[in-house]
Write a protein that binds this ligand. Structure first.
Ligand code: TXA
Ligand code: MG
Length: 321
């Protein structure tokens, strides 16, 4: 059923949506989320439906503070608390063993749950006032570009939800870092604003990228993608004079830092996607610190590579490689 989607700044409206078992879009410091009461199965189902999200993709459960970790998780490693003390509220998600109170649908049948304390005050107030944990994936249609403002949520989910709580533009711009724990190592399931170096310096442990069976669809190769195919090149500088008409250029050279790129990444992609181009050509940034997370998003958003051969730009799709 089509709904009328309204943008509001009224926290009580969002709280009442959560309490009535509905979905509501909420601001976080990373990207906007589509929230629902994590303890209410029927409410959680509505998230999967609105996003057309595959049911095998688990949701992050947002809580008010670290006192809530033990309510929903069990056997929580000390490192979680060490990291939370430093980085929470903030863009980091901890995968821990779940308690039964969290319905299986929220975790897509996994016996683990991703816990995160978002730092946006409006979101935290919604959690505190509704008194329940709020599961919230990014508020985009599954596989598409994550929204970083209330207006961008409208572009993704207009007619699918009744309210968007407007908390302004997201400060961070890319999703939280998702990590899991083994005896002696920390696995990074998704790179984000909190970097590998940040995690290693707090825990004194090594991190490694998770590379096993896909349990985290943020790991699926195509994700965060514009509808206009994006091709990545290693040397935009050299290519630039050969770029044909109707090609959008994703150019970060005007930005002063990776932080600034992260804040603007999804809006830039969305603008180019709406620009009437046939394709978009862009370039990764140096693969260090926050650059790793940005490049990861670019890679997953891309259709393939662009190369210069004999004065012509050759595009090759990923699946043909
Ligand atoms: O910054 C963020 O994390 C945003 C805001 C709204 O909080 N949320 C977000 O949610 O990005 P979503 O659903 O788009 O991405 C969550 C990622 C997915 O890759 C999911 O597979 C992974 O976290 N995840 C969640 N629970 C998990 C679990 N129990 N085991 C493994 N991966 C999990
Ligand atoms: Mg997402």
């Amino acid at each position: 059923m089509t709904k009328i989607t309204k943008i509001t700044k009224d926290i009580d409206t969002a709280v009442s949506e959560i309490k009535s078992g509905n979905t509501v879009a909420l601001p976080t410091e990373t990207v906007y989320g589509l929230g629902a009461d994590a303890l209410n199965e029927n409410a959680v189902v509505k998230i999967f439906e609105a996003k057309e999200r595959p049911r095998f993709n688990p949701l992050i459960v947002h809580v008010y503070d670290t006192d809530w970790f033990e309510r929903y998780g069990t056997g929580i490693p000390e490192d979680v608390y060490r990291l939370a003390e430093k980085f929470s509220p903030g863009p980091i998600t901890f995968i821990v063993k779940k308690k039964n109170i969290i319905p299986d649908i929220a975790t897509a049948g996994n016996d683990t749950v991703g816990l995160r304390i978002p730092s946006h005050n409006m979101f935290r107030e919604v959690i505190r006032l509704s008194g329940v944990p709020v599961c919230a994936p990014s508020a985009n249609r599954s596989g598409m570009i994550s929204p970083t403002s209330a207006e961008e949520v409208i572009k993704e989910l207009n007619g699918k939800i009744s309210f968007i709580l407007d908390g302004g533009r997201c400060e961070v711009g890319i999703e939280s870092t998702v990590i899991a724990f083994t005896e002696d190592e920390i696995k990074i399931l998704r790179h984000g604003f909190i970097t590998k170096e940040d995690i290693e310096s707090v825990t004194g442990k090594k991190t490694s990228d998770y590379s096993g069976r896909i349990i985290s669809p943020g790991l699926i190769k195509s994700h965060y993608a514009p509808e206009t195919p994006l091709y990545l090149t290693e040397n935009l500088d050299k290519l630039i004079k050969y770029i044909p008409d109707k090609t959008g250029i994703l150019d970060f050279s005007g930005y002063g830092s990776p932080e600034e790129i992260a804040v603007n990444l999804y809006s830039e992609l969305r603008k180019l996607d709406e620009g009437g181009y046939e394709k978009i050509i862009g370039e990764k940034i140096p693969d260090e610190g926050l650059g790793t997370a940005i490049n990861d998003r670019l890679e997953r958003a891309s259709r393939g590579k662009a190369k210069l051969t004999d004065g012509k730009i050759i595009l090759s799709d990923k699946e043909n490689e």
